[in-house]
Design a protein around this ligand. Sequence first.
Ligand SMILES: Nc1ncnc2c1ncn2[C@@H]1O[C@H](COP(=O)(O)OP(=O)(O)OP(=O)(O)O)[C@@H](O)[C@H]1O
Ligand SMILES: [Mg+2]
Length: 469
Amino acid sequence: MAHSSPAYGARRRSSAPRNRLRRFVSVGQMLARVFLGYKQISYREKRKGAAWGAPRREQHHWWSARKFYETAIRNQGLLIKTGQFLGTRPDVVPDAYVEVLSKLQDEVPPESFENIKRVIEHELGCPLTDIFTEFDEQPVAAASLAQVHRAVLKDGRVAAVKVQYPGIEHIVDIDLANMSFFIGLLNKLDRSMDYRFVAEEMRKHIPLELDFINEGHNAERIAADFVDVDDVVVPEIYWEHSSRRVLTMEYIDGVKITDADGMRALGVDPADIAKILVFAFAEMIVKHGFFHADPHPGNLMVLPGPKLVLIDFGQAKELGDEFQQVLVRFTRTILLNDNAAMGVAFRELGFRTKRDDAAGYEQLGDAYVGRIAREMHESGAGWAEGAAFEQSYDDISKILRTNQLTAVPPELLLVGRVFGLLNGLSKTLQAKTNMLVAFAQLADQMEAAKEHGELVAPGAPASRRLLEA
Ligand SMILES: Nc1ncnc2c1ncn2[C@@H]1O[C@H](COP(=O)(O)OP(=O)(O)OP(=O)(O)O)[C@@H](O)[C@H]1O
Ligand SMILES: [Mg+2]
């Protein structure tokens, strides 16, 4: 059940530019060439017709995806994270991007073993052989901030050792500064809303990802929240061999969530995994108010059972009690199909428009969520397609042209990101579970329980399965 092997032989990590301007220019150039390429095709297509344009656009998708990939590999840092996100979205980006960019989820060219060994020995303060009886020099996977090696502890437990790339902190710092600049630029170009909350949320969360002690605590908190659930697995943390830059944990020999053949070999139906996935995230967001905020396929595995394995808790988000309650009320209105109630809850979430009138919030609530929910309901699919998002985007732009957003709840950035990733995965897995309905039903149960004064199960049942929810 091994992972596909990382792209060995590709450019070594240490060659990433560490100069702010060079990083900025390299990304800017890539984006400009991608963008202008599309513009040029659309322009010439007007004269030459769609039969001329379609194959050229397809070709440009591939060219652009590869260019993005190469730039991400060369620069490392946050561009890899952006690519991971795009690579999980067959619901919105062309297949070429999914195919090429999904390699960024766990197949980034690794750091040399020599450098990795140096980090571990420095962090844990002793030679490798003092801790491990076996240590695989080739990583099982390499991602945006760290690579993971399989090792055996002295007591025989098999461990996954996650080691932070040397120098990654500096690269991430530069990228955050450049991102703030990009967002400042966007704010000048698009006055319909203030995007600064995006930069603020990222500045708050991304540096936390570089603290593996924090990640270990997040993992334990989510494991505790699912203690009664049989089909969700979280690796155990081995604290005695962990530090800020090295996280040693239980090794889980699972199949990647996008590996359909691997899943079939385990006798697992991808649609079942999709159901567990959606219910697990509904519980984390709606019920626990603390969620794994980065469910891209590199962070999700499958075991027989079927069981869903969550890994990589670097990005986790805590919702305040009050916000969570409003989120529950808002989510419930999806099920009630009640536009007025949705508008009220939308404002309560923390959105503010210039006019601050009820009709405006109703329109926006419908454009962001209501319309997509209806489309999913009509199509009967477990996910929404790109056309629904385009339509929703058009509606939102139209509304904001005359009634700008003056405040956006920053909490929703990561909730929205999770929804995007889950929607993409639902398509990949051909889910039968309607994500919005699952979230709304859970919200409804919680509200109903509160109205009837029921306590939320004090002595929770000994075990349950999300697949049977
Ligand atoms: N406990 C584990 N057992 C087996 N494999 C693991 C384990 N933890 C991580 N991996 C593998 O290592 C890869 C990288 O680990 P992880 O996702 O934690 O790193 P990261 O750099 O934080 O990733 P990201 O780019 O998603 O932020 C995973 O995609 C997975 O394939
Ligand atoms: Mg990861």
